[in-house]
Ligand binder design. Structure first.
Ligand code: PGA
Length: 257
């Protein structure tokens, strides 16, 4: 049985004071919604403050990126050991990292290995561009991204990670994929790739999220899909009321997959 996850990706938003206030409001609103795995991912500098706010609430904290090496001459980077004890999760390979910071399938794979070795839960992002979608390349591209990100990850490790399918054309555009489109890629493509790698039984235990313009209005329909186990939420996670509404809707409507 896959526990639903609502993960908020705050991106480069919120000062430490603002992040603290938002985390406090989220704890007050959905601290008790234990049937949903709630994860909030503030900027690095706010991680300690947010971790202190959510301590004991059951809400998890995630980073938005990390380096694959433990330490060294990598100016501006943060490693998995530095996140240990503060964050339980880490978003890896977000399309904005791939697009603006030259992340590749190879570096994402290194990060997945490093995160798992450190006991962090990776939220591994995949998704096609508008051009790829229009050219009918979505299935092949997303499938190859999943397989590349999970290269040399064994079945036991794979069950400790989460995949987030985020079509680039849906991120921050207000134009979410339809529930049917999201189900088709999360199911046949992402879970299909996981089944090719690990077999259907293991694939059925790995959570697959959808991300891209999810909000309090469209989340019920998205969460009703059999292969969608949660959402990676950008804009709508920056306000406690919309994030809380999405958690509550999921708690009320998700039929355990
Ligand atoms: P969005 O972002 O919900 O604002 O579209 C999702 C994401 O990039 O994770």
């Amino acid at each position: 049985m896959r526990k639903p996850m609502m993960a908020g990706n705050w991106k480069m938003n919120k000062t430490i004071a603002e992040a603290t206030a938002l985390a406090q409001a989220i704890v007050a609103a959905v601290g008790n919604e234990e049937s949903v795995e709630r994860v909030i991912c503030p900027p690095f500098v706010a991680l300690p403050a947010v971790a202190a706010v959510v301590a004991g609430s059951g809400i998890g904290v995630g980073a938005q990126n990390m380096h694959w090496e433990h330490s060294g001459a990598y100016t501006g980077e943060v490693s998995a050991p530095m996140l240990q004890g503060i964050a339980g999760y880490v978003i890896l390979g977000h399309s904005e990292r791939r697009q603006f910071f030259a992340e590749t399938d190879t570096t994402v794979n290194r990060k997945v290995h490093a995160a798992l070795a450190a006991g962090l839960t990776p939220i591994v992002c995949v998704g096609e561009s508008l051009e790829q979608n229009a050219a009918g390349e979505t299935h092949a591209f997303v499938s190859s991204q999943v397989k590349a990100a999970l290269a040399d990850i064994d079945a036991a490790q794979a069950q400790r990670l989460v995949i987030a399918y985020e079509p680039i054309w849906a991120i921050g555009t207000g134009r979410a994929a339809t529930a049917e489109q999201a189900q088709a890629i999360c199911g046949a493509t992402v879970r299909g790739a996981l089944a090719e790698l690990y077999g259907a039984q293991v694939a059925s235990r790995i959570r697959v999220l959808y991300g891209g313009s999810t909000n309090a209005k469209n989340i019920a329909e998205i969460m009703a899909q059999p292969d969608i186990d949660g959402a990676l939420i950008g804009g709508a996670s920056l306000q406690a009321d919309s994030y809380a509404a999405m958690v509550r809707t999921t708690a009320a409507t998700y039929a355990a997959h």
